[in-house]
Design a protein around this ligand. Structure first.
Ligand SMILES: Cc1cc2nc3c(=O)[nH]c(=O)nc-3n(C[C@H](O)[C@H](O)[C@H](O)COP(=O)(O)OP(=O)(O)OC[C@H]3O[C@@H](n4cnc5c(N)ncnc54)[C@H](O)[C@@H]3O)c2cc1C
Length: 373
């Protein structure tokens, strides 16, 4: 079976690239070893938040900021074509601290203010007005108007609907075990023991992206970092803004659901939810919004963030294996980076030109010069 492009991994990254390529008339096949969109892309909170996630103006910050700028157009187009609403919201974020961590928060906000990013220091009465359910004990509060959110599960539904509309072919339960190389060029893959042909293969396999047959020095190492999450049901309007409080965040959906995250754990491919993880999330969440003590529990889950050793994504073609393209390692920001990743990777595949924005994320930073056998 021959495709113009094979994509390994049916998460948001793989499927969004597939859509862009298929819209351009290419024959695109997506292989997923399980179901589509059921790993990190499903587990995430959907924050679109470069200022809250990063701590300096770096190439990564600029990539995230560019992607955030693309978001509104990205979701509008999806909504227009599919008739589905991915629930993109732009109310902004609140960064909060109690007395003991107020200084650290002030310091963290200072670089953003110095860099000219929009950050507003709030008095306690301004905070009460914006977010009446927040604890009276908050000692320092900032409003970040440019941080947004999307319901990543709804976004996933839109993307899958769109992918079907533009003719992407899906292979589900199709575990890719081999990326096939002949004369130092990619020629296809093996999935479930069967060979599929294409001169271009995109590795969008998230936390599993380095588990293929190629020698270790030919693949960037991507490791899983577990994040546990809880969803509570409250009355709609209990929170309007996403709250950041130390390492915990509360992301309110329109219907009153509040997503609370998250732990950062290096425990391999273990997706269990633990009492310890849940206790941290629930106790911190109730500390910052006491009313949550009487909310209803909906669900708890854990997902695996795909992390490289420098915590930056790997985007672009393998330096020694033409045709093998990486779009992975998005770690904590893959939902945010979906529009820019699909746009830049598609441009590269269609034109052969690498955007300057991709230079700092090239797979060549991990590669030795050995040849594939
Ligand atoms: C708890 C948590 C909270 C997060 N919150 C946010 C957030 O608020 N904002 C944000 O921007 N990002 C967030 N992230 C990060 C974001 O979810 C990820 O960066 C993003 O989803 C990565 O998408 P992906 O498509 O690369 O990977 P995934 O969604 O994991 O998809 C990879 C796919 O590849 C498939 N696959 C793997 N190996 C193979 C194989 N050999 N053959 C075939 N298929 C294979 C898998 O089955 C899977 O479907 C969070 C992540 C977690 C875990």
């Amino acid at each position: 079976m021959q495709s113009d492009i094979i994509i390994i991994g049916g998460g948001l990254i793989g499927c969004s690239i597939a859509i862009e390529l298929a819209k351009g008339g290419l024959k695109v096949s997506v292989f997923d070893r399980g179901q589509l969109m059921k790993e990190a892309s499903w587990a995430a909170a959907g924050m679109l938040a470069p200022q809250s996630e990063l701590n300096a103006i770096t190439p990564m910050f600029l990539l995230c900021q560019k992607s955030l700028q693309l978001y509104k157009g990205f979701v509008s187009k999806l909504q227009e074509f599919t008739g589905l609403d991915p629930c993109y919201r732009n109310e902004g974020f609140l960064q909060l601290a109690f007395e003991e961590t107020a200084k650290a928060l002030d310091k963290n906000m200072a670089w953003q203010i110095d860099a000219g990013l929009r950050v507003e220091k709030l008095t306690s009465s301004q905070l009460k007005k914006l977010s009446p359910t927040v604890s009276n004990k908050v000692a320092s509060a900032y409003y970040l108007p440019d941080e947004h959110q999307v319901d990543n599960r709804k976004l996933a539904e839109c993307i899958l609907t769109m992918a079907e509309m533009v003719g992407v072919k899906f292979y589900l339960g199709a575990q890719v075990t081999e990326i096939c190389i002949e004369q130092n060029k990619v020629v296809g893959i093996v999935a479930n023991g069967e060979r599929y042909y294409s001169a271009k293969v995109v590795n969008a396999a998230g936390s599993w992206a380095s588990l293929f047959n190629l020698p270790k020095h030919f693949l960037p190492e991507v490791k899983p970092v577990r994040g546990q999450m809880i969803a509570l049901k409250t009355e709609a309007g209990t929170l309007e803004h996403t709250l950041h409080f130390g390492s915990i965040y509360l992301v309110p959906r329109k219907d009153g659901k509040i997503i609370i995250g998250s732990t950062t754990e290096h425990v391999g491919y273990d997706k269990r939810v633990t009492p310890q993880g849940l206790e941290v999330l629930l106790s911190q969440a109730q500390k910052i919004v006491p009313k949550l003590a009487s909310a209803s529990f909906i669900e708890a889950w854990a997902g695996l963030r795909p992390a490289t050793s420098d915590l930056l994504p790997v985007l672009g073609e393998h330096p020694q294996l033409p045709g093998l393209i990486f779009a992975t390692g998005h770690y904590r920001n893959g939902i945010l980076l979906t529009p820019i990743t699909s746009s830049l990777i598609t441009d590269f595949i269609v034109t052969g030109q690498t955007s300057e924005m991709l230079e700092d994320f090239s797979p060549s930073r991990f590669m030795l010069t050995a040849k594939a056998s």
